[in-house]
Design a protein around this ligand. Structure first.
Ligand SMILES: NC(=O)c1ccc[n+]([C@@H]2O[C@H](COP(=O)([O-])OP(=O)(O)OC[C@H]3O[C@@H](n4cnc5c(N)ncnc54)[C@H](OP(=O)(O)O)[C@@H]3O)[C@@H](O)[C@H]2O)c1
Length: 305
């Protein structure tokens, strides 16, 4: 796969990232074996960038990935590793505590240490703040990011699920550039197109990444509000385009995301080797503007005004 530059950084990522959220499955030995096979398939298919978070599998995904790197002789320099933090689950670290977000400096530094240990590495290529902490102090959070970069534990920083105003606020206090905003983009959730997120990315030279890119095509999207009629109409349009381009419906969805001029990098989360390989077909499609709008129209149930 060719590579794309992430933001204005020196990081060169493949235009599809492999997402490691599902690799530990139920942590049975079968699931772990399947997870390692998925990592191998992604690596051999040319993905050079692997997306993690401290919470994926409660830390097991990062650990399994480190184990797979060792078993498969994947060298650290040959790949980019992203991880994230900031989401704290209910009852952690002690019973009775609510689910919350936490961008305090001490928590961020502690989390990155945990990810480095589980991933068995000295540095992350990219560190993302997972979901905006409503109570964050931008100076304190910026200070944490700066310290991580100065210490060499993190090469570059970015955010995830940030609205444009939240990104602007943090960037206003942060000398180092935020190079990525990782947001949900799929046929159900196109908020990033409409709320200024992708415009801001283009304006500032930030790379948008799309999580759950095929939600609503291959499996129900989070918070799905489509009616059965909506779904039938959308599926019919996917079917038409899939036949036209000679690919499966979910590949059309990836092509739709890739067509946007902000340079969105989809994160592929399948654990099936054939699908991990097949996702690359989306990069070869010469996807037409008219089809892009036709799918948007099918999704919206009406033409653009
Ligand atoms: N920043 C955030 O807040 C955030 C949130 C969620 C996820 N993420 C990141 O985004 C990555 C991708 O998310 P995702 O895993 O939801 O991505 P996805 O690629 O949209 O979905 C993958 C899921 O779809 C299934 N699937 C794929 N193709 C299918 C098909 N043709 N038919 C039926 N099922 C199919 C896969 O099953 P199989 O495994 O069986 O193939 C897998 O369960 C994650 O790994 C994580 O790194 C970030």
């Amino acid at each position: 796969m060719k590579t794309v530059k992430l933001g204005n950084s020196s990081l060169h990522s493949t235009p599809l990232v492999y997402g490691c959220m599902r690799i530990s499955g139920d942590n049975s030995s079968d699931a772990r074996k399947r997870g390692k096979e998925a990592i191998l398939a992604a690596y051999e298919a040319g993905y050079n960038h692997f997306d993690h978070a401290d919470i994926y599998g409660g830390g097991l995904c990062e650990e399994l990935f480190a184990e797979a790197m060792k078993d498969l002789a994947i060298t650290r320099e040959s790949i980019l590793l992203t991880s994230k933090c900031g989401i704290r689950f209910k009852d952690t670290p002690s019973p009775g505590l609510p689910a919350r977000y936490d961008f305090t400096k001490s928590y961020i530094l502690e989390c990155v240490e945990g990810s480095l240990k589980r991933l068995n590495t000295d540095y992350l290529d990219l560190f993302l703040l997972h979901r905006p902490d409503y109570l964050f102090d931008p100076d304190e959070t910026a200070d944490a990011l700066q310290e991580l970069v100065s210490s060499g534990k993190v090469r570059h920083c970015g955010v995830s699920n940030f609205k444009p105003s939240q990104l602007s606020l943090l960037q206003s206090r942060c000398e180092l550039p935020l190079i990525v905003n990782q947001v949900e983009i799929n046929i159900h959730n196109v908020d990033a197109l409409m709320d200024g997120t992708l415009d801001q990315c283009q304006e500032r030279g930030i790379t948008p990444q799309a999580w759950c890119p095929i939600g609503g095509v291959a499996y129900p999207a989070w918070g799905n509000t489509f009616t059965p009629e909506d779904e039938a109409r959308i599926e019919a349009e996917f079917d038409r385009q899939a036949e036209k381009y000679g690919v499966e419906n979910w590949i059309v969805m990836l092509a739709w995301i890739l067509r946007h001029p902000s340079g969105i990098v989809p994160i592929v989360g399948s654990t099936t080797p054939e699908r991990i390989r097949a996702a690359r077909q989306s990069l070869e499609i010469n996807y037409e503007r008219e089809d892009w709008y036709q799918l948007l129209e099918a999704r919206n149930g009406e033409p653009v005004p």
